[in-house]
Design a protein around this ligand. Sequence first.
Ligand SMILES: *[C@@H]1O[C@H](CO)[C@@H](O)[C@H](O)[C@H]1NC(C)=O
Ligand SMILES: *[C@@H]1O[C@H](CO)[C@@H](O)[C@H](O)[C@H]1NC(C)=O
Ligand SMILES: *[C@@H]1O[C@H](CO)[C@@H](O)[C@H](O)[C@H]1NC(C)=O
Length: 358
Amino acid sequence: MKEEKSGFQNVIHNVYNLWCFICLYLLGAYYVIIELNRKFGFINKVKTFDVDSVITNSLEGRVCIITGGGRGIGWETARSLIKKGYHVIVTSSAKPGSQLDALKAKLSPQVDGYSGKLDIWHLELSSLTSVIEFIKKFRGSGLGLNLLINNAGIMFAPFALTEDGFESHLSINYLGHCLLIWAFLPILNETGFKSRNLSRIVNVSSSTHYARNLRLDDLNGLKLYSPYHAYAQSKLAQIMFTFKLHRYLNEKGSYDLVTVNSVHPGVAKTALYEHVWWVQLFPSLASMVFRTPKEGAETVLYAALSPEVDGVGGKYFEDCAIVRASKYSYDESKQEELWSTTRSLLKPWLEQVEINAS
Ligand SMILES: *[C@@H]1O[C@H](CO)[C@@H](O)[C@H](O)[C@H]1NC(C)=O
Ligand SMILES: *[C@@H]1O[C@H](CO)[C@@H](O)[C@H](O)[C@H]1NC(C)=O
Ligand SMILES: *[C@@H]1O[C@H](CO)[C@@H](O)[C@H](O)[C@H]1NC(C)=O
């Protein structure tokens, strides 16, 4: 991939990238209308979720892990949960030591007076070794797990391979979370039993998944790479994995006290959009169109806490309502293929945390 490319290959590459760009921006334009409608309600009024009015009891004693919860939507979600009494473990790629301490100092005062608890643990999703360390640390802590929110992600990054040899969107947005999920299913299930409340996995995905299909023969984009495709593909993979995981959880003798859903949080003004050209060019326009991270957290919290979602699994949510994901995402044979490809890609690491990868 990194060798000299012929002029012809370059042309193909650029045309492909332009095509992916157009697909995503056309979809983006549609979602700008959705966001404006949400603000001004000229098409319909969208549903919102106010945690404080719906959840009136204390959720003390419950535990949640949120990946990438140090800022944006993840942090707003964490705050709401801590306010309700949750013990929240936020993961951050900040380096252990001074960087992580600085983040702790920045976040902690904001949750003073809340009844729950905040911990910040180092997790580098681009490194499966780091994911393994995190899993071992959590298992060693003896904590239960009621809620796993897979929120961390990168968007539109240039081509790069991680230390494990995976394309970075695929690794960070998808594979690292798959490993976490498989490793934590037994704990989620057991906690579901003990707390007599189903445990939940919430996947923060994205409407961009509508724009692309999987390229299962080249998931790493080694043959042809576009950051637009890579991002959309990783989000589509999450959703399809969620559908398949839901079926798996419903099999006889499976982890039946766990449910899993994906959500599109809406287009919120977070660091994720820092590489989007028009956001850089017209920041005030972006502020007008986008929702705040707090509003972005609403659908995530809805999927995490709402009694309406109790027992509901394998769904895709936008604005606190179940919507249909892309047609492609419901293709069960593609889901199965993705599932088994994922298991074989992750086999060496699954074995390190004693999960049968067959
Ligand atoms: C969410 O979905 C699947 C599991 O259902 C997981 O593999 C994927 O990486 C998750 N990640 C995020 C960021 O949502
Ligand atoms: C589930 O949790 C809620 C909120 O904490 C609680 O009111 C309810 O009683 C629990 N369900 C069971 C079956 O204990
Ligand atoms: C999930 O928990 C229930 C209740 O303890 C148990 O019956 C079931 O076997 C567990 N699932 C798995 C796969 O361990």
